[in-house]
Design a protein around this ligand. Structure first.
Ligand code: PHE
Ligand code: NA
Length: 467
C-alpha cells in the first residue's frame, strides 16, 4: 500500500535546507554549554568515549528512523506515527511515543530558554566591557550575580521565548535558510578563534588529555548521562528531527544527510570542549564546575585577547542564534500537532504553547536562587522523598527537568521510534523511503536500527539500574 502523504505545513526548498534546519536544531547549547560541563562532571575521557559510541551506534540510526518516518508520514510526529501505524495495520497507540516526545521537547525548551537567556545577558556584558582583563574569580562572581537575580533571569528568559515564538508563528519553512546559512559557519569560525586562544594558554595538552584519555574502568559511572546527552545533542527521541523530516522534499537521499548533520554536531561539540578545557586548567578552575562552566571560562579568554570584546560579543550573539535554531525545533512538533488537531491559526497555538513553556521555565529560573533548596528525588538517612526542602542532595527543579528529559524521556522515545521504524513500518516501506545510494549497505543500516540501537538503549538503562 503506497500512500503518498502531503505536508500541510510546507516543504523545504531542497535537501540543503533540511540539512541546515536539522543542523540548526542539533547544534546549540548542547554542544557549547552542556557537552563541556557534562564531560567535566563525569571525568572527561570515559564520558566522551561512551558519548561518541552512542552517537554512532544509537543516535545516528534513530535520527535516520525519525527522518524516514517524518517524510513518510508528512504530519506532526503524533499524527505521523498514528497514520503510519494504521497504514501498517498496527495500533494507533504508537502515537503515544510521539506524545511523550512532544512533552519532552517542551520541557527541554522550558530550561533551554533560561540558559540561552544567560548568553543574551553576556552579549550586553561583553558590549559594556564587563570582562576586560577578567580572571577566574571575577568571571565566577559575574556569573553568580546573574543566577542569583530572578528578575534579570526572567527578563532574558522572556525575551528568548518571545523571539522563539515569533519565528515559529511565522512558520519554519519560510526564512530559516537565509539566517542559518551565514550564522552557522560563523559560529564555527569563532570557536576556532577560541581554540587558537586555548593553544596559547600553555595548558592545551592538559585539555586534550582530559577529553581523550579513555579510561574504560571509569565508564559505567556516566554511561546513562553520556547516552542521554547523545540523544540531546542530536535532537533525537523527541520528534524534532521527525517534524523537520516531514518537510523534506521527496527526492532527496536521507542517509548522507543525516550523517552530515551528526558529523557537524560532533565537530562543534569537540571543538568547544577543546577550546574550553585548556582555559579551565589555565585559570585554575574545576572542570566539574557544572552548568556555569562555559559562562565562567570563556569570558576569561575574551577578556584577555586582542579584540576580545568584539569577538566575545559576536560569540554570544552566535550562541544565542544557535540556541534559537534549536529552540524552534522543540516548539514545532507541538505547534504542528495542535494546528492539525484544532485547525486554529499557527499564531494562536504558538502563543499558547510558548506561554506554557515560559511558565515552566520560571521554575528553572527560581531553582538557581529563591527555590534553590526545593529538591526533588532526595535520598537521605530518613529514606527517599519525592520532594523535600534541603540544602543537600536531591535535584533542583532545573536538574530534575534535565534528568527526566535527557536520561529517561529521550532515550525511551528514541527506543520506541527505532522499534517502530524497524519492526512495525515494514522493511519495504523503510527501504523505499530511505533510498540508499548504495543499496548494498541496507542490511547494515537495517540491522543497526532493528537490533543495535534498541539493545544499546536497553543495556544502558539496565546497567544504570544495577550500578
Ligand atoms: N540538540 C540541541 C542542542 O544540542 C538540543 C535539542 C534537544 C534540540 C532536543 C531539539 C530537541 O543544543
Ligand atoms: Na547538539
Amino acid at each position: 500500500m503506497s500512500q503518498d502523504n502531503v505536508s500541510i505545513h510546507g516543504i523545504w526548498a531542497s535537501r540543503w535546507v533540511f540539512i541546515l534546519a536539522a543542523t540548526g536544531s542539533a547544534v546549540g547549547l548542547g554542544n557549547i554549554w552542556k557537552f563541556p560541563y557534562m564531560a567535566g562532571v563525569y571525568g572527561g575521557g570515559a564520558f566522551v568515549l561512551v558519548y561518541l559510541i552512542c552517537i554512532a551506534l544509537v543516535g545516528l540510526p534513530i535520527m535516520l528512523a525519525e527522518t524516514v518516518l517524518g517524510r513518510r508520514g508528512r504530519r506532526s510526529p503524533v499524527n505521523t506515527l498514528r497514520n503510519l501505524a494504521i497504514q501498517a495495520g498496527a495500533s494507533a497507540r504508537w502515537s503515544w511515543a510521539a506524545v511523550m516526545g512532544m512533552i519532552a521537547a517542551l520541557l527541554i525548551l522550558s530550561f533551554y530558554s533560561v540558559v540561552a537567556g544567560w548568553s543574551l545577558d553576556y552579549i550586553i556584558g561583553m558590549g559594556r566591557g564587563d570582562f576586560v582583563g577578567i580572571d577566574g574569580e571575577g568571571a565566577g562572581a559575574r556569573f553568580g550575580a546573574l543566577t542569583a537575580d530572578p528578575l534579570r533571569l526572567s527578563l532574558w528568559h522572556t525575551l528568548f521565548m518571545l523571539v522563539t515564538a515569533f519565528i515559529i508563528a511565522r512558520g519554519v519553512v519560510a526564512g530559516l535558510e537565509r539566517s542559518l546559512r551565514i550564522m552557522m559557519p560563523l559560529l564555527f569560525v569563532l570557536l576556532i578563534i577560541l581554540l587558537g586562544y586555548s593553544l596559547t594558554t600553555g595548558h592545551f595538552m592538559q585539555g586534550v588529555e582530559f577529553l581523550f584519555h579513555f579510561d574504560l574502568a571509569s565508564v559505567p559511572d556516566g554511561i546513562l548521562a553520556a547516552m542521554g546527552h547523545a540523544f540531546f545533542t542530536l535532537s533525537v527521541g523527541v520528534g524534532s528531527i521527525m517534524v523537520f523530516g516531514s518537510y523534506m522534499p521527496k527526492k532527496s537521499s536521507i542517509g548522507g544527510t543525516v550523517i552530515t548533520v551528526a558529523l557537524l554536531d560532533t565537530a562543534v561539540a569537540l571543538t568547544a570542549g577543546l577550546a574550553l578545557f585548556p582555559i579551565v586548567f589555565a585559570a585554575g578552575l574545576e572542570p566539574s564546575a557544572g552548568p556555569g562552566l562555559m559562562f565562567v571560562t570563556l569570558p576569561i579568554a575574551f577578556g584577555n585577547i586582542m579584540l576580545g570584546q568584539v569577538f566575545g560579543l559576536l560569540f554570544f550573539v552566535l550562541v544565542a542564534v544557535a540556541a534559537w535554531s534549536s529552540a524552534i525545533s522543540m516548539l514545532e512538533p507541538a505547534v504542528a500537532y495542535w494546528v492539525e488537531r484544532t485547525g486554529w491559526t499557527r499564531v494562536r497555538i504558538t502563543c499558547l504553547v510558548a506561554f506554557l513553556c515560559w511558565v515552566v521555565g520560571l521554575g528553572t529560573v527560581l531553582s538557581f536562587n529563591l527555590l534553590a533548596d526545593a529538591r526533588f528525588f532526595v535520598t537521605d538517612e530518613a529514606g527517599w522523598h519525592l520532594f523535600k526542602w534541603t540544602e543537600q542532595g536531591g535535584k533542583t527543579f532545573f536538574e530534575s527537568v534535565d534528568y527526566l528529559t535527557s536520561r529517561i524521556m529521550l532515550p525511551l522515545g528514541g527506543l520506541l521510534f527505532a522499534v517502530f521504524a524497524g519492526w512495525v513500518l515494514g522493511r519495504d516501506v523503510f527501504r523505499a523511503e530511505l533510498a540508499l545510494r548504495h543499496p548494498r549497505l541496507f542490511p547494515v543500516v537495517y540491522c543497526l536500527l532493528r537490533y543495535v540501537a534498541p539493545l544499546g538503549v536497553l543495556v544502558v538503562f539496565v546497567t544504570e539500574l544495577f550500578k
